[in-house]
Design a protein around this ligand. Structure first.
Ligand code: PGA
Length: 249
């Protein structure tokens, strides 16, 4: 596993044409970033082909997806399977993002099924967990994310656990600018690292209003190994600046 991972989660942004334009500008900007930093971009499904082509001659950026179904094929209208992602060279897939849990019926159980399906095809799951504002205020953040983490990794053996990436994203910090203090996030992430055997060396990313000016403070924490970045990953210049800041920390 790389030392630091920065993942751009584009959510429902960018057409294929916009994706090509992004990489034309972005790839030169990150060409000199230290190789210990893994850069991942997760575009919408419809832009995976364009992203794959843009990255074919450039190994610097790994391709990610934002969701997947756990079955390899079948009568599941509107869904995308792991082999379909593998065909485009997808190396990482986000599962359990709070937006999917809130709006699309993602549960701890389906997250667990998706993690297993991805590992079976050698794609790294990025398992997102996080507490609501109410849970945060009530002092239940650690308990919430430990429960979600254990459920996501249920029935995995130690070797499988060691092949995942975790992401701590306090829901109240996503897209709000109200980012969680780095030391506070680190404390929660330390609890995640201890809650399942095999997680000790797994990368744990922080997500929630990460920008170029705070990325360094997160990555400098002992339990924070990178960022899962939404809004600040959409434009080449700010995203490259964020990655530079993470690489320096
Ligand atoms: P944000 O989103 O960086 O815009 O807060 C993060 C995410 O939802 O992964």
């Amino acid at each position: 596993m790389p030392r630091t991972i920065v993942v751009g989660n584009w959510k429902m942004h960018k057409t294929a044409a916009q994706t090509r334009a992004f990489f034309d500008a972005f790839l030169p900007l990150v060409a000199a970033v230290a190789p210990e930093v893994e850069i991942v971009v997760a575009p919408p499904f419809t832009a995976l082909s364009a992203a794959h082509d843009a990255l074919a001659a450039n190994r610097r950026v790994a391709l990610g997806a934002q969701n997947v179904h756990w079955k390899s094929h079948g009568a599941f209208t509107g869904e995308i399977s792991v082999p379909m992602l593998a065909e485009f060279g997808v190396r990482y897939t986000i599962v359990g993002h709070s937006e999917r849990r809130a709006h699309f019926g993602e549960t701890d159980h389906t997250v667990n099924l998706k993690v297993k399906a991805l590992l079976a095809h050698d794609i790294t799951p990025i398992v997102a967990v996080g507490e609501t504002h109410e849970e945060h205020e009530a002092g239940h953040a650690q308990r919430r994310v430990v429960t979600q983490t254990r459920a996501a990794l249920e029935d995995l053996d130690r070797g499988e656990v060691a092949r995942v990436v975790l992401a701590y994203e306090p829901i109240w910090a996503i897209g709000t600018g109200a980012n969680c203090e780095a030391f506070q996030a680190d404390r929660v992430m330390a609890a995640m690292r201890e809650c399942v055997d095999g997680l000790q060396d797994v990368p744990i990313l922080y997500g929630g209003s990460v920008k170029a000016d705070n990325a360094g403070a997160y990555v400098a924490q002992p339990n924070i190994d990178g960022g899962l970045v939404g809004g600040a990953s959409l434009e080449p210049q700010p995203f490259a600046a964020l990655i530079e800041a993470a690489a320096r920390a």
